[in-house]
Write a protein that binds this ligand. Structure first.
Ligand code: PMP
Length: 387
């Protein structure tokens, strides 16, 4: 049976070139960058080279504005909590959208419990947020705006440049969760006026256990990991050198290959979309064109996403339903609900996320398998009108 992995949004294979680059740092080059001996100095050089590679990928003017963390969740926590606590004397109001990742949603909920006020700007049926609505929500108490660059579940890319201009004009801190976007589409913190940017290693074929936060020079955060003062005092703890070296290599590769790889993925994505949408009672979720190159997401009426995933799994295809990161719960995805879907509509979702390992033959196999499964499941569904 053919094996097709189309769940890159949940977890991605580490690129072979990345794997090769990081191996020596597990058992041979094991110095701690804080040590003075030559092994320590080598680790420090590698740490700084990775910082430079990540800075270059996002157009950051200085590598010193990159802080390595353990994952995107940690970066989101540090950005939001760190900025809210640092600037609380200026105001207590934060603006975000209704489709952020849970690492943003739950951090903001926690801040609400300690007195911050959060405005959740709704999105339209394609998951797009209107920059003007953000502008209108700003008050003299607003200290922070947080909007994701792209949504990993429905693929929609937000008007970050427009929101960045508004935030910068009003001198309000602008955090962007770039997890699903950085390395897939060009992101430039200077041009888009981003003050804080969350970056994930695994989402660009780097190893898990590494992430980063871009902190614009001059912005101050209150750190929550206290200790030896590593990462400019923003994130104490001995640096994960293999993870960081891997993230640097992944950033380097993404920077060089993003445009050609993006075009290859878009071709496969559009073939998935055009063919799967031929099925009746089948709808695209997210925006048709303002969308991540690797994301093809759908909903099918009258059937459950979980059943689709399990049947695809039996045919060798790995895919997701609902929010890849929180599908432990059987609650419908808050993202799909925010786009105006009813619970029963949101339950029938399928998320295919492409990556470097996929080929046109994989797409052929998925295009053939999905209709078979959907037809079979609908034949069993009491809700299906054609029964
Ligand atoms: N933000 C977004 C937009 C995501 O899609 C994810 C999940 N990949 C995260 C944050 C959290 O990433 P992680 O679980 O690697 O911390």
């Amino acid at each position: 049976m053919r094996k097709v992995y189309m769940d890159h949004g949940s977890a991605s294979p580490v690129d072979a070139r990345v794997l090769e680059a990081i191996m020596p740092y597990f058992d041979m080059d094991v110095g701690n960058p804080s040590s003075l001996h030559s092994a320590g100095r080598k680790a420090k050089r590698e740490l700084e080279a990775a910082r430079t590679a990540v800075a270059k990928l996002i157009g950051a003017p200085s590598s010193n504005s990159i802080i390595f963390t353990s994952c995107a969740t940690e970066s989101n926590n540090l950005a939001l909590r760190g900025a809210a606590l640092r600037y609380k004397d200026k105001g207590n109001h934060i603006i975000t959208t209704s489709i952020e990742h849970m690492s943003v949603m739950n951090t903001l909920k926690d801040l609400q419990r300690s007195g911050f006020e959060v405005t959740y700007i709704p999105v339209d049926k394609d998951g797009l947020v209107d920059a003007e609505r953000i502008k209108k929500a700003i008050t003299d108490k607003t200290i922070l705006i947080s909007v994701m660059y792209a949504n990993g579940e429905i693929g929609t890319i937000q008007p970050i440049r427009e929101i960045g201009a508004i935030a910068s004009d009003k001198k309000i801190m602008f955090h962007v969760d770039g997890t699903a976007a950085v390395g897939k589409v060009p992101v430039n913190v200077e041009e888009e006026r981003i003050d804080l940017l969350t970056i994930s290693s695994n989402d660009m074929n780097g190893p898990k256990g590494a992430g980063a936060l871009y902190i614009k020079q001059g912005v101050r955060l209150i750190p929550f990991m206290l200790g030896g003062g590593q990462e400019f005092g923003m994130r104490s703890g001995s640096e994960n050198i293999p993870g960081i070296v891997g993230m640097g290599k992944a950033a380097d590769i993404a920077g060089k290959e993003m445009i050609t790889e993006g075009a290859r993925l878009i071709k496969m994505r559009d073939r998935l979309i055009d063919n799967i949408l031929k099925l009746e009672y089948t709808y695209l979720t997210g925006h048709r064109t303002k969308r991540l190159p690797n994301n093809a997401s759908f909903r099918f009426s009258f059937i459950e996403g979980e059943s689709i995933i399990l049947q695809l799994n039996d045919m060798g295809i790995t895919a997701s339903t609902g929010s890849a990161c929180s599908s432990k719960t059987l609650e419908p995805s808050h993202v799909l609900i925010a786009t105006g879907l009813r619970h029963e509509e949101a339950h029938g979702s399928l998320l295919l996320t492409l990556g470097r390992s996929n080929s046109e033959e994989d797409v052929d196999y998925v295009i053939k398998s999905v209709p078979e499964i959907v037809t079979r499941l609908r034949a069993l569904s009491p809700l299906y009108p054609a029964k």
